[in-house]
Design a protein around this ligand. Sequence first.
Ligand SMILES: Nc1ncnc2c1ncn2[C@@H]1O[C@H](COP(=O)(O)OP(=O)(O)OP(=O)(O)O)[C@@H](O)[C@H]1O
Ligand SMILES: [Mg+2]
Length: 364
Amino acid sequence: MQTEIKANMKNVTKRFGEVVAVNNISLDIKEGEFLVLLGPSGSGKTTLLRLLAGLEELTEGDIYIEDTLVNNLPPRHRNIAMVFQNYALYPHMSVFENLAYPLKIRKRSKEEIAKRVREVAEVLEISELFKRRPKQISGGQKQRVALGRAMIRKANLFLMDEPLSNLDAKLRVQMRAELRRLQKSMGTTTVYVTHDQAEAMTLADRVAVLNNGVVQQLDSPEEVYFHPVNRFVAGFVGSPQMNFFAGSYEEAKIKTDYFEYPLPPEVVKKLEKKGKVEKIYFGIRPEDVTVSKIEIEGAYNARIYVSELMGAESFVFFTIGNSVERFLSRTSPDFRGNMDESIWVSFKEDKIHIFDYDTDAAII
Ligand SMILES: Nc1ncnc2c1ncn2[C@@H]1O[C@H](COP(=O)(O)OP(=O)(O)OP(=O)(O)O)[C@@H](O)[C@H]1O
Ligand SMILES: [Mg+2]
């Protein structure tokens, strides 16, 4: 069975004067999926959502929702529920009335409204706030009321713009899990904007990584993490971020200023197939860097810059050779090292990444 397409963007561009906020994006949103738009500040995430909602006019391109061309369809006819980055609650209404509002204007029965409000409020843990006005609750609570107000009715499409950004770390993790369960149980097609890569990884069926108004990669969280298509995606997804070493490829080896890394035969084969590869970036995630206090064959001598015990793991920052740059290993909390101590580092062979130096495109 073919997955149904809920909405579709074709060569969508949005310019604000000189600024190209969204640059020729084509993208399908599948029925029932949780699609996350992930990117740094200014990458065009909010603009893309607002285009979908009909709150911005397209400069170029087409948007379809369920096969209907909606380019000129006003927001109220798109049956879309949206939680804005700067959510606004009705200040003169209580929390209960705020939640109930979308159903009230649709003339639902009192009983139905009360039932839905209770259900939604329970999930978002705001039931005890019903009587209060927005100015009498905290920022995080307001954000949850705004979420609840969007979720209360059965919309065609849910658009959420950083809906958890005002919550404290603990509540954010908790709400993230609730959102995921809720979305799966309701089966609502959701487009969710965030700059938080952990949120993208945990929530998404698919992640679209944006930079400068362009989709860099659209894939499952696993693919985006383990097989980033370029150095931007590799660096943006994953925290702490991937280590990069500038270098070159010569005679089945990667040569950097600090070490020579002999490549496994299958990688060499792949590289040779690509034709002429010279200058590259070698990438390795912190969790794929092994550290040891005793010399291991094939490992490189390094020096601890600083070692941080995080509780469940240790972050070991190190310099290698005469490097000024510092690199990172993420290792077991049992590893304790002192500043300037000599250690041995090695890279997990099946976890290395190689990027073209000029284009940043992934080669391996
Ligand atoms: N109304 C506007 N007029 C002019 N420029 C705008 C307007 N709205 C957005 N932009 C510009 O378009 C680009 C994309 O903005 P957008 O708000 O979509 O980014 P974002 O990815 O949502 O960022 P953030 O994570 O900071 O919310 C930015 O360079 C921004 O300055
Ligand atoms: Mg934004």
